[in-house]
Design a protein around this ligand. Structure first.
Ligand SMILES: [Zn+2]
Ligand SMILES: [Zn+2]
Length: 456
């Protein structure tokens, strides 16, 4: 069961489940609502995945629903992950200490007994101190050449699409912004368009700065498209392809690229998150992370956890076959726990550090969070509504942060403010909802996100 089924296909699948003809239901998020009557086991693979949280109404977390479902049916559930969430890890420790929780089952060996790749951290600050750095550290550059010589394959990862994340005026510093969002427009060179990654707005790049009328506008920073170009220039005889949402939006392109990579028609695959997960190509012996800091620097309490997971996943693409793999992680934060622990293949060490960080700052699983987001086209109305919402919530929430502007202050012409509530870990969120019952400010949408995954 998945969202690409048509309504009639979905109905047919539901009927097969309901009649008992299908004994196993396999699916994405919404599969937890399959009409099973005799449930015996629930397996939640990649349990740490943020995609299990639905970000539109109804805002449910499929993992929480699946666990509740298993409890209702009195059957066991399995949460699988190579990089478990802190929530799962803590529950496993509770279980070990004899309290209600999870039982930890470890799989210490890699599939097919392959060895874990050797991971090298490349300190970009050192490169910058030495003068103008290229896109690759000297070590990564040499490793790419060696790997190409051996006719083995390479994945280069950068978690940012487009050619450049913004366009800047070299005279006055003005950034070209989206007219609908508080977000800079990215430059897409193949399409020669500026695009907003929040609302999809796009426009032709202007030769003239709207602020100072100067003519020295230039793309700034590096995205996957630019990495692809630089790889082609630096290793001109190599066969290169890119895989990201821009490429994959063309029907059939995803399958084309993956099949070309599988058959060895491509030497170097450049890509975003799409190349980090699940790819199993035994001839890939080198993975290069161009900049590990992109996800690390996001102002979100899950940034370090997501970065650790992403780096661990992408590192896991190297050396899956007989030949050993190598991974180079380029970073400006070579001592950060997300990077050090990913390089050491040490999720337990990372989770210990993360636990302390979350405990000190009062974040899950030590507190239950509720993010109340208010948005509307009229900013004063949003500000007033947020103030009133906070006044209603104060008596029922022990700890309340805000109201404050969201990190994404404006999206699709709507101004956004939010209030963060921190409750005890097992708190019932119902009183929060009750406090806002009947609260319907004119022209302002109020969203109550219990256990938010993203707080941007
Ligand atoms: Zn300017
Ligand atoms: Zn926009």
């Amino acid at each position: 069961l998945h969202s690409n089924l048509s309504a009639s296909e979905r109905l047919a699948e539901w009927a097969r489940v309901r009649s008992g003809e299908a004994a196993i239901v396999l699916g994405a998020r919404s599969a937890v609502f399959a009409p099973l009557t005799n449930l015996g086991l629930v397996v939640i693979d990649e349990e740490h995945e943020g995609a299990y949280k639905q970000e539109t109404s109804p805002r449910y977390h499929a993992l929480h629903v699946a666990i509740q479902l298993a409890k209702l049916h009195g059957c066991p559930w399995v949460q699988g992950s190579a990089t478990p969430s802190l929530e799962a890890w803590s529950a496993a420790e509770e279980g070990e200490e004899g309290r209600e929780g999870l039982t930890l089952l470890s799989l210490p060996r890699r599939t097919a007994d392959a060895k874990l790749p050797e991971v090298f951290i490349e300190d970009l600050t050192a490169g910058y101190r030495l003068g103008s750095p290229g896109l690759f550290s000297a070590n990564l550059h040499d490793a790419i050449e060696e790997t190409l010589d051996r006719k083995e394959q390479i994945i280069l990862f950068l978690n940012r699409r487009a050619y450049a994340p913004f366009v800047i005026c070299r005279d006055c510093g003005h950034r070209t912004m989206c007219p609908n969002c508080s977000v800079a427009l990215s430059y897409h060179r193949r399409a020669d368009r500026l695009r907003c990654h929040q609302c999809g707005h796009h426009e032709a790049p202007s030769p003239e700065c709207p602020n100072c009328n100067g003519l020295r506008l230039a793309p700034f920073g590096v995205g996957a498209e630019k990495v692809e170009d630089i790889v082609r220039e630096t290793f001109p005889t190599s066969r290169v392809a890119r895989l990201d949402r821009d490429v994959a939006s063309r029907k059939g392109a995803l399958e084309e690229v993956l099949s070309a990579f599988r058959t060895g028609a491509i030497d170097i695959l450049v890509g975003t998150q799409m190349v980090a997960k699940g790819l199993d190509f035994p001839n890939v012996t080198l993975v290069g992370v161009i900049a590990a800091d992109i996800s690390l620097n996001l102002p979100d309490f899950r940034a370090s956890e997501r970065t650790f997971q992403l780096l661990s996943q992408v590192a896991g693409r190297a050396g899956r076959g007989q030949r050993p793999g190598r991974v180079f992680i380029q970073t400006f934060n070579p001592k950060h726990a997300s990077i050090v622990c990913a390089a050491a293949h040490d999720p337990a060490g990372f989770l210990d550090k993360l636990r302390k960080e979350r405990k000190d700052a009062g974040y899950p699983p030590f507190r239950r969070l509720i993010n109340v987001v208010l948005s509307g086209e009229n900013r004063p109305a949003v500000v007033a509504a947020a103030t009133e919402a906070a006044a209603r919530l104060k008596p029922v929430a022990a700890a309340l942060l805000g109201p404050a502007d969201c990190v994404l202050e404006r999206v699709q012409n709507r101004w956004r403010r939010h209030i963060i509530l921190k409750l005890p870990p097992d708190a019932n969120p119902a009183p929060i909802g009750k406090a806002l019952l009947g609260f319907a400010p004119k022209g302002v949408q109020v969203v109550v996100d219990v256990d938010p995954y993203s707080m941007m």
